[in-house]
Design a protein around this ligand. Structure first.
Ligand code: NI
Length: 183
């Protein structure tokens, strides 16, 4: 297993449509394992293959264990995923993306989705996801189509940046400096 490098917005590979996975076997399993390891190392809830420069249709997801959410604490590897049903109701929620560190936005997504996919061994699976997991699935499937969460944002106030707080420096003497005001 290895941690792969995550691509950042601006990289053209994040804007391409990924191709269906055709080959199931040890190489795909190794790729999925790397994606899981990369996602955990970056503290993400999901990671799609194009985010590590692999233009194939698969993603991984994991919600940290939460007693109130039975979908949490489970690893998902979805290959060639397709949304086959989606709730007509949508919900707004805050999203971030490992390919856009420090950026957050409010995005409307379907409250629940049914996703048809294959597992890493090529066995057909069907997952009904709701709430946060449904949001992650929709976000990751977007990545497979070259779409980023910012593409869904219509109002500037729905996108913002939160920079990590800097550690305060120890015992910095306070220096008062007269600053000329620009005219
Ligand atoms: Ni993302």
């Amino acid at each position: 297993m290895a941690i792969r490098q995550i691509l950042y917005a601006g990289d053209p590979r994040l804007r391409q449509k990924a191709k269906p996975v055709k080959q199931f076997g040890p190489a795909l399993k190794a790729l999925a394992d790397d994606m899981l390891e990369t996602m955990y190392a970056a503290n993400g809830l999901g990671l799609a293959a194009p985010q590590i420069g692999v233009l194939q249709r698969l993603f991984v997801a994991y919600l940290p264990k939460d007693e109130e959410d039975p979908q949490s604490g489970k690893e998902f590897v979805l290959v060639n995923p397709q949304i086959v049903q989606a709730s007509p109701e949508s919900a707004e929620g805050v999203e971030g993306c490992l390919s856009m560190p420090s950026w957050y936005g409010r995005v409307a997504r379907s409250e629940w989705v049914v996703v048809k996919a294959m597992n890493v061994h090529g066995k057909p699976i069907r997952v009904k996801a709701h709430g946060l997991l449904a949001r992650v699935f929709q976000h990751e499937i977007d990545h497979l189509n070259g779409v980023l969460f910012v593409d869904h944002i219509r109002r500037p106030e729905d996108l913002w940046q939160e920079l990590p707080k800097e550690e305060p420096e120890e015992s910095t003497p306070e220096v008062v400096t007269a600053v000329a005001q620009p005219a």
